[in-house]
Design a protein around this ligand. Structure first.
Ligand code: SF4
Ligand code: SF4
Length: 119
């Protein structure tokens, strides 16, 4: 059974271009949406994303909608805690494939990290 985890130096979910996320207003509160939009840089990447190191520069203080927890995902997407693992895996896969491609090193690293791919 695969177990979700975030892999270092990925950052695919930090590409925030609202054009690629047409449903934002359906799962973010108006306040969260404002915060989200304020974080979008000219190239669509989060202004807090360190593209060189592929790292969040405000990790400890990142917004709740950046946190993969049962609480935040329950509030945003209405999923039950027992569904968080599979849901988060799907989210990461979609985002990684969209940003880096499904045959990318990032995709392989993610699959290995969650325990699906034999290295
Ligand atoms: S897409 Fe997933 S693995 Fe990549 S940085 Fe975001 S949470 Fe981590
Ligand atoms: S605040 Fe951090 S985790 Fe959230 S999108 Fe920006 S760089 Fe990524």
């Amino acid at each position: 059974m695969a177990t979700w985890q975030c892999v270092k130096q990925c950052g695919a979910c930090c590409q925030l271009d609202p054009g690629d996320r047409p449903d934002l207003a359906t799962y973010l509160t108006p306040e969260q949406l404002g915060e989200y939009l304020s974080m979008v840089g000219p190239d669509g990447w989060c202004i807090h994303f360190d593209s060189l190191n592929r790292d969040c520069t405000i990790y400890e203080d990142r917004p709740t909608f950046c946190r993969v927890t049962a609480d935040t995902f329950g509030q945003m997407f209405g999923i039950e805690p027992q569904d968080l693992n599979a849901f988060a895996i799907d989210c990461c896969r979609q985002q990684i494939e969209a940003i880096y491609g499904d045959r990318s090193l990032e995709s392989l690293r993610f699959e290995q990290a969650i325990g699906l791919e034999i290295g």
